[in-house]
Design a protein around this ligand. Structure first.
Ligand code: ATP
Ligand code: TPS
Ligand code: MG
Length: 344
């Protein structure tokens, strides 16, 4: 046994928690954090926003590509952007982690540091207030995130109105480009991930795309700012622009008319790496915020450190026309990531 770094089987849950819990961020509105049967968190607004998401080894990540730090980071980045997409500020996270009992305690510590570093970078007032540790043959991360609306109305998918402009904050296409690079160049003939190849890709010319896939930086602080600015609809682009814009179109009963120049500008980093517009339109996991604003309202050119791009316009439906998305007037198929249909 490695005394400094035992496996979870050797250390046991109590020792694992003794090393894991002190690494977690506390949060500005936490009254009682980890350690009792449940946490106590203030809800300054009298309501709270809540969302949950799971990340499963195999379907959502591969341990040969993602470090434990990456997994903690991505769990924060992808869950808190859903809170932000409602126009809320994240307040707290509850994080459950199930891994093989042969996993070393240092892996848990790296995961906790990933959580803490991502919170510090993207939502410094948010705390990890509780969670669960367990064992499973395939690693599983289940996160619940809470947020506060600061007295504002939530920004729904259904609020887009004809003549609104369509915008996004954050880039498009990079995460899918990174995933494509990993599948093409970081697995062996038996489709087993090759960690050294993934590391090389991350340090190479396409490193930004690989990082966008494995440890994305998402525009979390932009959500509340956009709500204050008067965003009429918003969602995070998790499954691809075409599919997620179609969700807004359906919920709002409108046509989302995208302009190629705008989408290309938002996808410039991915296009510069040789990706096609397909990655931006139909690839998932960019977690940019797609939002609509009344015609007269212009957002800043940058929000929360991410560029803002105008993608198009909200248009009324013609008689009998179903809600949908167009690109320079041609129809766009609402195709994107679907966990039940994924072949990768
Ligand atoms: N098991 C479930 N029970 C209740 N509601 C669910 C369940 N699964 C999904 N939903 C709801 O269905 C809606 C769509 O879920 P989905 O996971 O696609 O949201 P999303 O914001 O697009 O996800 P993400 O941004 O994480 O990709 C959400 O409002 C979600 O809460
Ligand atoms: C190993 C591996 N295989 C496939 C993917 C692709 N993938 C997983 S989840 C998701 C969209 C968001 O999911 P959700 O809607 O559940 O938040 C995408 C595009 C990946 N990241 N890693
Ligand atoms: Mg979402």
């Amino acid at each position: 046994m490695d005394d400094a770094d035992p496996t979870l089987h050797e250390a046991g849950e109590l020792e694992a928690l003794r090393r894991f819990l002190p690494l977690l961020p506390a949060g500005a509105v936490t009254e009682l954090g980890p350690g009792d049967d449940a946490a106590v968190v203030r809800a300054p607004d009298g309501r709270f926003v809540v969302t949950t998401d799971t990340m499963l080894e195999g379907a959502d990540f591969r341990l040969g590509w993602s470090s434990w730090h990456d997994l903690g980071w991505k769990a924060v980045a992808t869950n808190l952007i859903d809170v932000a997409a409602m126009g809320a500020s994240p307040t707290s996270l509850v994080v459950a982690l199930a891994v093989a009992s042969s996993t070393r305690v240092s892996a848990l510590e790296a995961f906790a540091s990933g959580l803490a570093d991502a919170v510090a970078a993207m939502a410094p007032d948010c705390g990890v207030v509780g969670g669960d540790l367990g064992t499973a043959p395939h690693a599983t991360v289940a996160v619940t995130a809470f947020g506060d609306l600061g007295g504002r109305a939530p920004v729904l998918r259904s609020g887009a109105r004809p003549a609104d402009a369509v915008w996004c904050v954050g880039g498009l296409g990079l995460a899918a480009t990174g995933l494509r690079m990993l599948f093409a160049q970081a697995q062996d003939e038996a489709a087993v991930p090759v960690a050294s190849a993934a590391e090389r890709l991350r340090a190479g010319a396409g490193g930004r795309a690989v990082a966008a896939q494995l440890a994305p930086v998402t525009p979390i602080a932009a959500g509340a700012l956009l709500a204050e600015l008067g965003a009429t609809a918003m969602l995070d682009v998790s499954d691809g622009l075409a599919l997620d814009a179609a969700r807004v179109a359906r919920a709002s009963g409108v046509r989302i008319a995208l302009e190629r120049a705008g989408v290309e500008a938002a996808a410039a980093d991915a296009l510069a790496l040789g990706a096609s517009l397909e990655a931006a339109l139909h690839g998932g996991e960019d977690h940019a915020l797609l939002f609509t604003l009344p015609a007269g309202t212009a957002p800043p050119v940058e929000l929360a450190g991410h560029p803002v791009h105008r993608l198009g316009t909200v248009e009324p439906l013609a008689e009998g026309e179903p809600p949908g998305v167009t690109l320079d007037d041609g129809p766009v198929e609402p195709r994107g990531w679907d966990p039940y249909r994924a072949s990768a």
